[in-house]
Write a protein that binds this ligand. Structure first.
Ligand SMILES: [Zn+2]
Ligand SMILES: [Zn+2]
Length: 495
């Protein structure tokens, strides 16, 4: 939008001589709050803690403008210039190559826009980010907030207490919980404490699957609390809720919204690769707020910060069932790629798989790349024609995972797509070509974390077949052994 300034007020105008796109106005005046103004409660619900585009708001411009003139709505620049350098206020993009020009229908000029966050609607030089400056909607909080009936393991309880404390004190805290420790339950007391203190809390996670899985669990635990569940295409977009579950992408629409933000799987794609999402997380918090990070596999920098005392953290080194984590075994399998080119697999790999089929033991077998996996599939189907393979773009991915759960598939070949988020009760796990660079320390720890998850079968076998050990393999195994050692030391394991 283009504005002129008249009597310390921004007025939308394309025609006036001194009108300019919002990004070219150095200081945006904000009128004082008029306490006698009858603001629209639906607009209040929609805009509180948000930064939306005009397109996201189904109210007429004159109503939005009137709220602005009475101090209730804020306009911020979508593109902020530092000298000649543009930056996107929503996603934090400052990279030249992520900006472009286009003929803008809104202002009729050639407008600079941000390509990095375009999937959330276009932000250009004439785009205001619209927010709320009035009172916050009232939310009724019931006397009994949580209906959760479960119990926590000792390790979970210690972490849960830290989460509560961090939320009360508006601190940052990392919960480093091994795969299968049960990290969701660790949040319930913290969520309850936040809600009781009338704080607005959000759980953000990179994957839509996780949002969909968490939503019913949280609604069951907090039945009288409004829960907004946000992902691409979700229907809760206009809902104001004390408790929000969102994909990290959706955080781009929030601004100074949350008193407590819980970031799940901070290490997972796409959070680490997209700085914009880190920027979004920081913007979505209130300036004074708590931030809880949850992960099974913090990156090397964070691990170092933990060790040197720079980062507040607590580990849950043991699973709920009090058995140690299975430790991966390294097995050299020679130049397996060369063998695959001749439609063969190393003898020890074939033996491993044959033994599982014979013993009727289900297994996940990880490959570094789709094409290698697809070459291996017909070879392995000689043992059992029902063996399947999955990868990220596989349209039957969900169905195959279901079949694996129903034990209709003896062996599932997979890329790293199944490295996290899936649980099969009684499986062994193999990695073919564990030396490949795609298998980072964190990927290998996650893969190993697929085995031994149920209390009836806590001891799956994990084998990393390799053509030369890598540092990442050694670090992954060290991390698992270290967690088991700590679990013993803190009395969280049976033996
Ligand atoms: Zn424009
Ligand atoms: Zn952007």
């Amino acid at each position: 939008m283009w504005f002129t300034i008249k009597d310390e007020i921004l007025l939308p105008s394309n025609t006036s001589e001194d009108s300019r796109p919002i990004s070219q106005i150095p200081a945006l005046p904000q009128p004082p709050l008029n306490p006698d103004y009858h603001y629209n409660r639906k607009l209040q619900q929609l805009l509180t803690g948000k930064q939306l585009l005009l397109n996201d708001i189904s109210f007429p411009l004159n109503e939005i403008q009137s709220h602005y003139e009475n101090g209730y709505v804020t306009y911020r620049q979508g593109i902020v210039y530092k000298g000649k350098q543009p930056a996107c206020a929503r996603c934090g993009n400052k990279e030249q190559q992520w900006f472009a020009y286009y003929p803008c229908a809104r202002c009729g000029e050639t407008c600079l826009y941000c390509r990095q966050c375009i999937m959330m609607g276009r932000i250009s030089g004439c785009t205001p980010l619209i927010g709320w400056n009035g009172p916050v909607p009232n939310t009724a909080i019931p006397l009994k907030i949580s209906q959760w009936q479960g119990t926590l393991s000792q390790g979970q309880l210690e972490a849960s207490n830290r989460v509560v404390e961090a939320i009360h004190q508006n601190q940052e805290h990392l919960v480093w919980a091994v795969c299968g420790a049960g990290k969701t339950e660790v949040l319930f007391a913290g969520i309850e404490a936040a809600l009781a203190a009338k704080k607005r809390i959000c759980i953000a996670t990179p994957r839509t699957d996780v949002v969909l899985e968490l939503t019913p669990r949280l609604k069951a635990a907090f039945p009288e609390i409004t829960v907004a569940s946000l992902y691409g295409g979700s229907e809760d977009r206009h809902l104001f809720a004390p408790l929000t579950i969102a994909t990290t992408h959706q955080l781009l629409r929030f601004y100074h919204a949350f008193d407590a933000l819980i970031l799940d799987e901070v290490d997972a794609f796409p959070f680490t690769v997209e700085e914009s999402l880190q920027h979004a997380a920081i913007q979505a918090r209130k300036p004074v707020s708590a931030m809880i990070y949850l992960t099974a596999t913090p990156n090397e920098k964070w691990q170092r910060e933990c060790r040197s005392g720079k980062r507040a953290f607590i580990t849950i080194p043991a699973r709920f069932h009090r058995h140690p984590l299975p430790v991966p075994e390294f097995v050299w399998c020679g130049n397996w790629r060369k063998q695959l080119q001749k439609s063969r697999l190393p003898a020890n790999v074939l033996r491993w798989i044959h033994e599982r089929i014979q013993a009727n033991k289900q297994a996940l077998v990880f490959f570094p790349h789709i094409s290698l996996m697809e070459t291996a599939l017909p070879i392995l189907r000689q043992f059992a024609p029902t063996i399947e393979a999955v990868h990220a773009e596989d349209p039957d991915r969900k169905e195959k995972v279901q079949k694996m759960r129903a034990k209709e598939i003896p062996l599932l070949l997979t890329t790293t797509i199944l490295e996290r988020g899936v649980t099969f009760p009684n499986i062994d796990v193999a990695v073919i070509g564990a030396e490949d660079t795609i298998f980072t320390e964190s990927a290998l720890v996650q893969i190993a974390g697929r085995a031994g998850r149920s209390k009836d079968h806590p001891n799956g076998k994990i084998t990393f077949f390799h053509y030369g050990k890598t540092d990442e393999m050694l670090k992954a195994r060290r991390q698992i052994i270290e967690m088991n050692r700590e679990g013993h030391k803190r009395g969280l394991l049976n033996h």
